[in-house]
Design a protein. Structure first.
Length: 100
């Protein structure tokens, strides 16, 4: 899955930032919807962080001079935030199994 995000960012690194942001924010919720089950929050946060790192890497390769320091990229993420991870399906509530 991270390979798919990497391939997308590599192939579309020259697209506008808005287009990249919109597409990533359509892909991430789909991943979170599929894998967002009880007990998987830590893994979802790791995926979210890795996608940020991948996007940072490929934005820094748009040209020879376009390396972006992480501090500047953090400010960039405030303007173009990626969808945060969230649990979509709760299968356990207390000690009881929830039927869905």
């Amino acid at each position: 899955m991270l390979k798919a995000f990497n391939d997308y960012c590599r192939k579309h690194r020259l697209d506008s930032l808005k287009e990249q942001h919109d597409k990533l924010n359509r892909k991430l919720p789909g991943h979170f919807a599929y894998f967002g089950i009880t007990g998987n929050c830590k893994a979802l946060k790791a995926v979210h962080y890795r996608v940020q790192k991948i996007w940072h890497k490929w934005l820094g390769r748009r040209s020879r001079k376009s390396y972006i320091p992480w501090e500047q990229f953090s400010r960039f993420l405030k303007r173009f935030p990626l969808t945060p991870p969230r649990i979509q399906h709760q299968y356990y509530y207390g000690h009881q199994l929830v039927n869905q």
